[in-house]
Design a protein. Sequence first.
Length: 574
Amino acid sequence: MDARTIDKRRLPSRHVSVGPDRAPHRSYYYAMGLTEEEIARPFIGVVTTWNEAAPCNIALSRQAQAVKVGVKEAGGTPREFTTITVTDGIAMGHQGMKSSLVSREVIADSTELTVRGHCYDAIVGLAGCDKSLPGLMMAMVRLNVPSVFMYGGSILPGKFRGRDVTVIDVFEGVGKHAVGEMSAEDLHELECVACPSAGSCGGQYTANTMACVSEAMGLAIPGSAGAPAPYETRDAYAVASGRQVMELIRRNIRPRDIVTRKALENAAVVVAATGGSTNAALHLPAIAHEAGIRFDLHDVAKIFRRTPYIADLKPGGRYVAKDLFDVGGVPVVMKTLLDGGFLHGDCLTVTGKTIAQNLKGVKFPKDQDVVRPVGRPLSVTGGVVGLKGNLAPQGAIVKVAGMKVLRHVGPARVFDCEEDCFRAVQEGKYKEGDVLVIRYEGPRGGPGMREMLSTTAALYGQGMGEKVALITDGRFSGGTRGFCVGHVGPEAAVGGPIGLLKNGDMITIDAEKGVLSVALTKAELARRRKKWKPRRTDYQSGTLWKYAQLVGDAEKGAVTHPGGARETHCYADL
């Protein structure tokens, strides 16, 4: 593309590069080695969540250089910057996990501020770990400048004594070690081989789930979510993403042209069909919120319920992300869903074409069992289910992919933080049939809505994953399996019913009927509510305090600002 075909006088970067008044601004660009011609081109923000915290992010810097090549080839001037990531695998199981969901907002906010402050005309965003994917997509929709998202890629599967393993096997190994079913030596051997390369966790956990969402929603180039991080083909997708964002500028195609109600519904369908992470029920409403679209947990749950579960992926299934890539990736999943009438084929994507047009040449592979055709699903209901009842008036979510028993009735065993529950599990201080309750871990009460993977993996490692249930106003990792219900709302910190429970209260979880209830009358719940008093957390300053003051309910995505519906201006039009 010839940059001269783009009128920079209508782009945000005119404020820092066009006219005599901007001579001081241009002097900075000359200082960084840019030529007069490069300053005259559109400025493209190339943002990554690169850091050395974990393998999820370590390849993103390399991929950003490939994006910049594509931008330059298409007549743009790339300006690289980074933002934070909190990697769940490292933050899990301790107070650090309170930072995870908060980081989604910081990623979106810091990207917004960088783009606004420097007047970039478009964005290519690359992310690797769980919250960084929705964080960047939220920023793209919020700013509404032409944008292309690209996933950094999954990790290759580890090999442990002849079988594929992921980091979840290590978390579950901790539970096996606690009950004497795995020696310290075997656990050490497992931890050394479980994560053999750069890339995000290999199952259909949150990162891979949201990578699938990026394609299903139309913000990513088709097929770009699939290749593992070490593969050279990922760099080719990065170059293509850089080129394509310039085409979006030329055609003035923006994220809100792509992220419509129908596109969000497509994303929810793909989450359900792949047995994806329950965290999608937080992130899809949050992305919708940026566009001013009402799309909450209940809307997501309705779609989950009517969608067939067709991809046999871990943690509920047998295969990892690389296996899905080997049979054709996300387009194969989407193709059978489209042919079965489960997707809106007329949704626009970053290619400038519709979903149906993108998938026209995709053929469903017959000689594989990673993805089933919609006529022969693993189950007729999606791998994730919404729940509601007197224990969760605002709803809750449970991942049922791979589960055989979908109803559990048992007595509550109540804990007011994850650490207390994890300690009880490690010490065997619970019984088969119990419903473990972890509360005061919601968005406000945590603060930060921690994931409970350490506890759920320990239960599974002890062989109790399907013999007990666990409910929380916090979250679960995409790697969690077993009867684990998260996002229970209203949360305990605001006096929700979960905060009124006592040991021994009988709880019913019915994933077939979509019910989460406790055997207490309205009068008894009202009596207990009168005695309930709010709790003070240990976070009375700093970022977590600030988050607790701003964050809303999980039902609506745990968002921290009024969203697109309250806008009086859009950055892209300034």
